[in-house]
Design a protein around this ligand. Sequence first.
Ligand code: SF4
Ligand code: SF4
Length: 336
Amino acid sequence: MVQSQVKPTTTITPFEQKLDRPLTKAPITTLQINLGRKCNLACNHCHVEAGPNRTEELSPAVCAQLIELIQRFPQVTTVDLTGGAPEMNYGFRPLVEAARCAGKAVMVRSNLTICLEPGYEDLPDYFARHQVHVVASLPCYLENNVDQQRGAGVYSRSIQVLQRLNQLGYGQDPALRLDLVYNPPVPRNAEFSLTQSQAALETDYKAYLQTQFNIAFDHLFTITNLPIGRVKQYLQGKGLFSPYVQFLESHHNPGTVDHLMCRDQLSIDYLGQVYDCDFNQMEQVPSRLPSGEALTVAHLLQANRLDLLEQIQTRPYCYGCTAGSGSSCGGALMDA
Ligand code: SF4
Ligand code: SF4
């Protein structure tokens, strides 16, 4: 693990100046749809600042536009549903079914515990029936760490749901993919460290979960805490925001840039506005057409084209995606 103590300074190189060429879009293959901020949990690392009292949700009109988008463009191979807890939105099942009917892979970013809430108990069977790829957050394989980040009892409920998914064939049947996501703890002092090696941590997770609970899963995705949302507020409160961004910058790895998730995806919010990634969505940094206008789903449908963007909108928090082995919603971008 790389550790370093960064001296406080305000100098941060603009991300685009760090690159040897402009960061541009590749052909779009993935639609990541954020169905809203509502969630049954309220984790302290949540970059979406989701929780049970949030009311922002996908409207029926935008849901209909998204289904049209999914059905119209064969170049989209993957529909990635996120939130909040995306399963809580009424549009979740119509989007899953439209995407599967159109032959797309569907991923759901699930906190697992939603599957034990009243009215959602059939979700594991639903996922299996539609061969939904489950990407489940489990910020650590140890109970105390998970309950500290996500709330008391979350670990044991997550384990219960993982066991149910295994019973249905997840983690064994190649058509039923189950991946876990590791979130590092939010830095509490200026001794920052890069996220551990994904391969090594996956080995530890697999050994522990197999031995203790007989749980199997496919892969572990490790991600870096980006200094946005609740993490940003926390770091600012401790005077650690600029030092943390500077730490990330000091570990910028140019080899990650071609693999950044913003290159071939569109991130869409519950209002139908388009962003280069979920992080830009949370920070309200919209994708912009060459004319400077902010892009919406309505523009894509009207133009009958997905590849309308040239430049990716970058900010200093982009260093969180390029530090060390890199980071994305699909885990590290390179081997350690
Ligand atoms: S489960 Fe996910 S979306 Fe919900 S509060 Fe936690 S991190 Fe945020
Ligand atoms: S935050 Fe990461 S994924 Fe988003 S635009 Fe920046 S580099 Fe790309």
